[in-house]
Every structure is written in C-alpha cells, then in structure tokens.
Write a protein that binds this ligand. Structure first.
Ligand code: HEM
Ligand code: HEM
Length: 182
C-alpha cells in the first residue's frame, strides 16, 4: 500500500507502464491517421486493448489506495487542482479506448488482440459495412478529440511534475520514481 513517504512498487510500475503505453498509442494513432498507414491500425488496436486491461487494473488499485497524498503541506487550491487533474487523467484513460472500440466495432472494421478476434469485422468487396453509421461517426469524433485533449493534459501534468522537482524542489517526482522521500 502507498504511504506519504513511499509509493508501493505496484503504484510506480502501473503508472509508468500506462504512461509509456498511452504516449506510444497517441504517437502511433496520430501518425497512422495523418499518413493513412492503414497497416498500423490493427497494431494500434491490439496494443490499445492490452493497455486498456492494465488501465482497468490500475483503476482498481487506485480505488483501493485512494489518490496520492501531497509530499509536503500544500495550499488547498494546489491540492484540489492535483486531485482534479488526476481524476480527469484516470477517467480519460478509461473512456478513450472505449471510444476506439465503439468506432472500430460500429464501423464494421472490428477489433481484437492480434489474431484473437473480440468484435467481428463486416466487409463486402473490400469495404467495411457499418453496423451503425451514427455510432461509428460519434466514436471516431470522440476518439480523435479526446486523444488530443489527453495529450494536452499529459503535457501539463508532466510540466507540473517537473515544476515540483526543479522549482519547488520537493519529492513529488522522486516518489513516483519509487524513491522514499523524507
Ligand atoms: C510523461 C511523463 C509523466 C510524468 C513525469 C508523470 C509524473 C507523475 C508524478 C510525479 C505523479 C505523482 C503526483 C503526486 O504525488 O501527487 C503522477 C501521478 C499520476 N499520473 Fe503521471 N506522469 C507522466 C505521465 C502520465 C501519463 C501519460 C498518465 C496517464 C494518462 C499519467 C497519469 C497519472 C495519474 C492518474 C496520477 C495519479 C496517481 C496514480 O494514479 O498513480 N501520468 N505522475
Ligand atoms: C488508451 C488507449 C488509446 C489511445 C491513447 C489512443 C489514441 C489514439 C489517437 C491519438 C488517435 C489519432 C486520432 C486522430 O488523429 O484523429 C487514434 C486513432 C485510432 N484509434 Fe486509438 N487509442 C487508444 C486505444 C484504441 C483502441 C482500444 C481502439 C480500438 C479497439 C482504437 C482504435 C483507433 C482507430 C480505429 C483509430 C483511427 C481513427 C481514424 O481513422 O479517425 N484505439 N487513437
């Protein structure tokens, strides 16, 4: 379990595993859409679903542990901002892959983890036949918008972590790197 002075190895491992996974998925997602690299779509979906599984484990872990307590005395505003930012990050990491599944499922492209099919595709003459055009459009728009929103929030979140480390010189970042802070 986490304490104010030290985070458990599970918290640290889950944070960095999900952080790396999400950053990789955002980079590949934007690249494949911009360059129309359709061969990357299945890889993005497969890893997206694997990372989604880790995200669900992380959410359960957070539920049991509560959100991190500040390493030092902080103003109410600063603490509440951190809690709100962490909650939004947690919620977005769950909602984003779900919108990807809604789009892929409803558009008739299907999804699965590598050769393991989870939701079937529906093709005719090499074209995907949507199960629902409405849900497909909604899922696609939400996945794109929320993906960019998450990227902005991550940049702010990483900047806040660096501010703690470099300007405030407190143990916030070191604690998430597994170090004991006194
Ligand atoms: C890329 C560089 C990143 C850095 C430097 C970083 C740093 C940190 C630090 C220092 C904390 C602890 C804050 C505290 O003690 O109050 C933290 C917590 C957190 N971070 Fe990050 N983070 C990064 C990426 C991400 C990403 C990509 C996500 C997910 C979208 C994320 C989601 C969270 C969440 C939800 C928490 C709350 C604690 C928890 O659930 O484990 N972080 N991060
Ligand atoms: C946390 C996990 C995920 C992240 C961070 C993520 C992120 C992204 C991003 C940033 C894009 C580019 C959006 C754009 O430029 O419009 C994208 C595209 C896409 N993602 Fe994900 N994704 C994740 C999971 C998934 C999952 C689980 C699926 C489906 C099973 C999926 C299916 C897609 C598809 C089909 C596209 C192409 C959308 C288009 O052509 O407009 N993603 N993803």
């Amino acid at each position: 379990m986490d304490t104010v002075k030290k985070f458990s190895a599970v918290t640290v491992a889950l944070h960095w595993l999900v952080a790396l996974g999400i950053l990789g998925l955002i980079a590949v997602g934007i690249y494949m859409v911009e360059t129309e690299s359709f061969h990357l779509y299945h890889i993005h979906k497969s890893f997206g679903l694997l990372v989604f599984a880790v995200i669900l484990v992380r959410l359960t872990w957070r539920w049991r542990n509560g959100l991190p307590q500040p390493v030092r005395a902080m103003s109410k505003v600063e603490h509440h901002t951190a809690v709100a930012a962490h909650l939004v990050l947690l919620i977005l990491t769950v909602v984003l892959p779900i919108t990807g599944m809604i789009y892929s499922g409803a558009s008739g492209n299907g999804f699965g983890i590598f050769s393991f099919e989870i939701f079937p595709s529906r093709y005719a003459n090499g074209q995907a036949i949507p199960f629902s055009q409405q849900w497909s459009d909604l899922g696609q728009a939400a996945h794109g918008l929320l993906g960019y929103l998450l990227l902005i929030l991550i940049a702010l979140h990483a900047a806040a972590a660096l501010k703690h480390h470099l300007l405030d010189k407190d143990g916030t970042l070191l604690r998430m790197l597994g170090r004991r802070v006194d």
